[in-house]
Ligand binder design. Structure first.
Ligand code: IPD
Length: 275
């Protein structure tokens, strides 16, 4: 690649912030549910669509030859090998209810034959997550570290499983939730407490900043985690799947090496009881 990943992180950060400010000011006026997707919980607002359009236009201005893939359907081919993976609002249900945990996520990914760090074979090399309500901007690039408003992050502190504040999330379908309840039944009694923030990108940034100790979720899509897993990793967190699998759709577990290993064992045990 002829481009410096820190330059891509700057592009991601400035677009995430610009678009985040737009959706935040729109929220003050109100919110329109434009559609529901896989279930009644899986909403798309007019702001999701508008934000994805703004992100796409901005990326095409800065990086006209890159590909773009967005949660709300953006799919633009490119010629550089870089694919931008964007989530205009991660935490749409929070946005709908005006709960402050929602995020704009922008990642530059490549698929260059090196081991993928995402379950679709891609690897994020630069990314940004902007939290419009707090105005916090998280950025990272591969090998360069992770930053919150320019200040370097150092990830989760060492904890025992019993003193782990654990973030998680749930999918939108009845089948996925039924299985997640079973996993939670195994996990909750063994940790300090659980947080369900409602935005995977926010969960992983909280981990990068050491505000939670670990995170796991099954059923994520690349736009939910592309930027934020890079931020968590570059802050020093371990981000893994179950067993040999790359983190992502099947399972994403993040935290310290010891806690992620213990969580992986508990989750695997829960799946065995489901089988
Ligand atoms: C959702 C959020 C949520 C997670 C879901 C995601 P969206 O993304 O990240 O925390 O539990 O799995 O789908 O739909 O708000 O962009």
């Amino acid at each position: 690649l002829s481009v410096d990943a820190s330059t891509l992180a700057d592009v991601a950060g400035s677009l995430a912030r610009t678009v985040g400010r737009v959706i935040h000011s729109k929220r003050a006026i109100g919110v329109d549910v434009a559609a529901t997707k896989s279930s009644l919980s899986d909403v798309v607002t007019a702001a999701d669509q508008e934000a994805e359009r703004l992100l796409t236009e901005g990326l095409l201005r800065h990086r006209p030859d890159d590909a773009i893939l967005g949660e709300e359907g953006a799919s633009i081919a490119g010629t550089t090998g870089i694919t931008w993976v964007v989530d205009p609002i991660d935490g749409t249900v929070n946005y709908l209810y005006n709960i402050p945990a929602y995020a704009v996520s922008v990642a530059a990914t490549v698929e260059d034959g090196a081991p993928g760090t995402m379950s679709d074979g891609r690897r994020a090399i630069a990314g940004a997550v902007y939290l419009p309500v707090t105005g916090e901007l998280f950025t990272a690039w591969e090998g360069g570290g992770a930053f919150l408003d320019g200040k370097r992050l150092s990830g989760p502190a060492e904890s025992e499983l019993g003193t782990t504040l654990l973030a998680t999330g749930f999918g939108y379908t009845v089948e996925r939730r039924t299985e997640q309840v079973e996993v939670l039944r195994h996990v909750l009694p063994r940790v300090r407490d659980i947080r369900r923030m409602g935005s995977a990108a926010t969960d992983l940034c909280m981990l990068a900043a050491g505000r939670v100790d670990a995170y796991y979720e099954r059923g994520l899509q690349p736009w939910d985690y592309a930027a934020a897993t890079l931020i968590a990793r570059e802050a020093g967190a371990t981000v893994r799947g179950l067993g040999e699998a790359a983190p992502g759709e099947e399972m994403l577990i993040a935290g310290t090496p010891a806690v992620t290993a213990e969580l992986a064992a508990i989750v695997a045990e829960a799946y065995r009881t489901l089988a």
